[in-house]
Design a binder for this molecule. Sequence first.
Ligand code: FAD
Length: 436
Amino acid sequence: MSSVVIVGSGFTGFECARRLVRQLRKHDASVDISIISPVDYMLYTPLLPDVAGGLVDARFVTVPLANSLHGVRAVRGRVDSVDFDGRTVTYTDPEKRSRSLPWDRLVLTPGSVTRLFDIPGLVEHARGLKSTAEAVYLRDHLLEQLELANIDDDKTRIKARRTVVVVGASYSGTELVVQLQALADTAAKQMGFEPADVRFVLLDLAEQVMPEVGEKLGARVRGVLHERGIDVRLGVTLKQVHADHVVLTDDSRINTRTVAWVTGVTGAPLIERLGLPTEHGRLSVQADLQVPGHPDVFAAGDAAAVPDLTQPGKITPPTAQHAIRQGKVLGHNVAASLGYGSPKKYKHRNMGLVVDLGPHYAVANPLKIPLSGYAAKLVTRMYHLYAMPRFVNRWAVSLAYLTDVLFDRSVVSVGLSTQDDARFSTSEGIPLPKAD
Ligand SMILES: Cc1cc2nc3c(=O)[nH]c(=O)nc-3n(C[C@H](O)[C@H](O)[C@H](O)COP(=O)(O)OP(=O)(O)OC[C@H]3O[C@@H](n4cnc5c(N)ncnc54)[C@H](O)[C@@H]3O)c2cc1C
């Protein structure tokens, strides 16, 4: 029996597996399909800011593979290397044992990781937002700092504990800062301090907030952030990060104990180790998602540089929208390569973006129609509920939204994600340079 191995259980790998199973069932074909991933779920990343803000539970944004991918064997592990001649992948399982798996068709969808720069103190003191561990840690850490500030007697320390710096003013960083502010507002009410005592700073080296939504909506977002008292500083980033303060590239200093680094992504570390051509850290692929020179190997999603046929010369941006659709084409083309159906090229026009900006506000540009306020909020929430690939998750997230309308957010620091769990190396698998 032929075997297909899919590396990574994100949007692309998950959709590929679903489509492949469906295609093979249509042709009554028997193929052994495995999906290897360090986690046993597909993470619905667009709601991670809601998890960090204590609005949605981490479980609700994870779609279990066991219950959603029937006919697919889920293997827990992180792929370390690929032998293209011997047609095997080698992976490390959760108990650190090295194992291997043979394949006839290989699908590479390991996604992306946070792009780190050589900024002193960044990996030690900042946290990302690519995993549930990081999102839960940010929530717990902020609440802990607010609790500690309430019983501290040193004015400088109190101020630092009540200051949050988020770096990256694209949609995920902006959604994060507003969700953390909503959580802090509730904490202020329940713990007895002024909401305005908590300071939020949003930084970006770019000169625009959320360039993805265009200038008009971006300006509207900036206005909302200003109204909410969020200190937006553009054209600057971090120069140094310390346990109790950061220094910016304009040499200003901010005392803080909470730094989130949400600046952008690069292909998963596995991609670099494959020894194949890449573009901007992403694996080069053809428009049919095949790896050039390797007719049995396919790739897509954040990990791959997929040609954008709607804008010749460009590659598709790393978004869930493309990842989902590329996953479907992948499944179709892998089945075709096994003799079931015929291959097609990936072509998809950008359908716009939805961005939830916390209490009572959102912006969206579905089909290039610019929306803001309540209309955008409705579109944003409906879109996420529609895009989430499992009814139970949709149900749970809907209830979380309803709970948020009726009651205050729970101000609890459950402590399930430690500082070590949320390090870039542990939670995202980014190899860090060894200390001298
Ligand atoms: C906070 C946040 C908010 C976002 N919001 C939006 C949004 O609103 N709209 C939008 O369009 N996009 C959004 N995105 C982008 C979107 O999440 C990505 O484009 C999408 O997840 C890419 O899907 P993927 O399958 O390529 O990669 P991923 O979803 O990153 O999945 C990769 C998978 O591969 C696994 N993996 C990694 N390395 C290995 C390995 N060596 N071996 C085995 N498995 C491996 C990972 O554990 C993971 O399961 C957001 C991203 C973030 C972080």
